[in-house]
Design a protein around this ligand. Sequence first.
Ligand code: NAD
Ligand code: DAU
Length: 339
Amino acid sequence: MKLLVTGGAGFIGSNFIRHMLSAYPDYRIINLDKLTYAGNLENLQDIDKFPNYTFVKGDIGDSHIFDKMEIDAIVNFAAESHVDRSILDATPFLKTNVIGTYNLLETARQKACIFLHVSTDEVYGSIDRGFFNEDSRLLPNSPYAASKAASDMLVRSYVETHDVMAIITRCSNNYGPYQFPEKLFPLVILNALNRKPIPVYGDGMNVRDWIHVNDHCRALDAVLHKGRAGDVYNIGARCERTNIEAVRLLLKKTSEQLGIDEQELTGLITFVKDRPGHDKRYAIDPSMIEGNLKWQPEKDFDKGVSETVQWYLSNEKWWQRIVSGEYAEYYRTQYGESI
Ligand code: NAD
Ligand code: DAU
């Protein structure tokens, strides 16, 4: 199979390419990525010499970039992905997540190839009780979530109008190696290592539904090979935690691995102003992918968190380069000099 992976230099995309090259050594993969602040070719250093892997620097919004590519399927990870950034400026979110997806849909239409659109549970908005299923209404609350919901709607329209073989997945919060340190898990680990305050928004009681990135990648593999065109699949591991629970677990694991007193790190927790429009709870029902595609998450949360902490401890060169660059400026804008 000839696969075009877009946004493959980011967190989930790079883990997906690694998974696919290991599971299907005969597949050819083109990774097209704009290399925004979140794209990092060091995420793929161990595989970038594979003969069946090619990197192309490019923007999914560029309508001619795909002309000469032979493709059986597109897996679209390319996006602006951070909610807080969408609150500061939504422009790149609209350009990439909406117009970029439209351009990819046109490409899939012209090439008559499969289009797997990697979306998010955030399109459903927040739910106090119960779970979102694939038929739940889309009620996005952040500009990021709205841009993803808009892209999902475009995908749906291309299935209905142009018979594009498109499938949408909506996954919950991912954690694991190579996640950019603006997101909660790596932010907590790195601030703990550097003894910096750990910002917890509001009262820390917002709930997120966590899944290890490898389980997400295995789910995408199942959807790509066994999913039905036009379908939507929720992906989640039934692993809800309040933010403060998740932060405390991360600090427990970090202190254990550093061999220090846990209180030295929990003392860094700082409750800060809440995120505007902050969704209270995400919780999705993954029964459809479990039943129809026989996929199940494998990674135990406690073990996955330990391994993730260990990964950041062992890969200081990877994150040092990021925290000393453009991210440092963003961090100051977001949290001020004092934090
Ligand atoms: P990320 O921010 O780590 O990576 C995004 C990648 O897309 C980067 O490599 C970036 O350079 C690239 N990119 C951005 N704009 C581009 C453009 N115009 N053209 C080409 N490449 C471009 O994001 P992530 O966390 O890996 O998320 C990947 C996808 O999965 C996103 O679509 C996101 O909405 C979705 N998702 C993420 C999560 C999560 O918890 N992180 C959960 C569910 C769904
Ligand atoms: O649910 C899937 C989504 O998960 C993806 O679509 C997004 O791309 C991804 O970024 C993630 O969105 P969240 O907003 O849930 O993730 P984030 O890591 O930014 O925040 C997780 C929770 O932690 C959220 O409730 C906000 C809170 N938080 C976050 C940061 C960065 C804090 O309390 N402090 C922080 O410093």
